[in-house]
Design a protein around this ligand. Structure first.
Ligand SMILES: N[C@@H](CCC(=O)N[C@@H](CSC=O)C(=O)NCC(=O)O)C(=O)O
Length: 281
């Protein structure tokens, strides 16, 4: 598969690069960003952290705002940031014009309903197709971690919970904890997956925790001044599900922080260290 390099900037001794490629899974061209720390030029096979962004984002938000490159360079972690949905002229968006469904809002699931099922298969893209591409073209190992924010925080939890053995580490910032029970999730799931709510359980982190066969420790940070906390995010649902399942969860409520990348930048180092410990274990 051909990778077209779109840009390249030196950062903390390593390189931030953006690429376009054809995705067979999504049936469209996709752009992703990769941060390659300095160790990538020394022939090492480095671990990779996949970052899943939230609603309205592209590959650019995290790389420009989170400030992850300094510590990733020190720890020798490659970071890959995909887009948040399929894109392009051939891909349908939200017919109602909303920002919380369709383009920029793929929810990291495989849609089963028409017309979404043709392109909206972000789970298979981020779990299988993109890592295969990364592992074939960059000096990386198969030691994978996954993290993300909001829609992407939930996506990271679901990708790890659905694919035991595929990731060594997982964390999330302000995840949509229980999408089956919040407006963002109900809107997306009813359209992507249909009205039968029993089928939504396969894509909901709280439901998946109950039956998980692997118990990767979860690190979650949540700001207590987040405008979406009580209506959309509901971390207590995740806490209850983890407790009921005996799943290790460290949920940190961070006083004064909101939903923005100012919050993510404040705690990204803790998450990178959490991933580094398990990726290098
Ligand atoms: N429509 C609003 C708010 C959109 C928003 O807050 N998006 C978050 C993720 S929300 C959950 O998935 C985000 O990460 N935004 C990008 C950023 O760089 O902050 C709007 O767009 O104004």
């Amino acid at each position: 598969m051909t990778l077209e390099n779109l840009s390249c900037q030196k950062s903390f001794g390593g390189w931030h690069k953006r690429y376009r490629h054809r995705s067979n899974v999504l049936g469209c061209d996709m752009v992703f960003a990769v941060y390659l720390p300095p160790q990538a030029e020394e022939g090492w096979h480095l671990p990779v952290l996949y970052w899943l962004s939230g609603l309205t984002c592209t590959d650019e938000n995290f790389m420009q705002k989170a400030g992850a490159q300094r510590l990733a360079a020190e720890l020798g972690i490659v970071i890959v940031a995909p887009d948040t949905s399929p894109r392009g002229a051939e891909v349908a968006g939200d017919p109602d014009g909303g920002w919380d469904f369709g383009l920029g809002a793929g929810f990291y699931l495989n849609a089963s309903e028409q017309p979404w099922s043709r392109h909206y298969r972000m789970h298979d893209y981020v779990v299988h197709e993109l890592p295969a591409l990364i592992e074939a073209n960059f000096p990386v190992s198969d030691r994978r971690g996954i993290s993300g924010h909001s829609m992407g925080g939930h996506g990271a939890l679901v990708c790890a919970l659905r694919n035991p053995g595929r990731y060594r580490s997982v964390s999330a910032f302000a995840p949509i904890s229980n999408p089956m029970e919040c407006p963002w999730g109900e809107k997306a799931f009813s359209r992507y997956l249909g009205e039968d709510r029993s089928r939504w359980r396969e894509w909901d982190a709280c439901a998946l925790l109950a039956t998980a066969s692997e118990r990767l420790p979860l690190l979650i940070d949540q700001g207590d001044r987040d405008d979406f906390l009580d209506t959309q995010l509901k971390p207590q649902a995740l806490q209850q599900a983890a407790q009921a399942a005996g799943h290790p969860l460290r949920l940190r409520l961070q006083p004064g922080y909101d939903h923005s990348y100012y919050f993510i930048a404040s705690f990204i180092d803790d998450h990178l260290r959490h991933h580094s410990e398990q990726l290098n274990d």
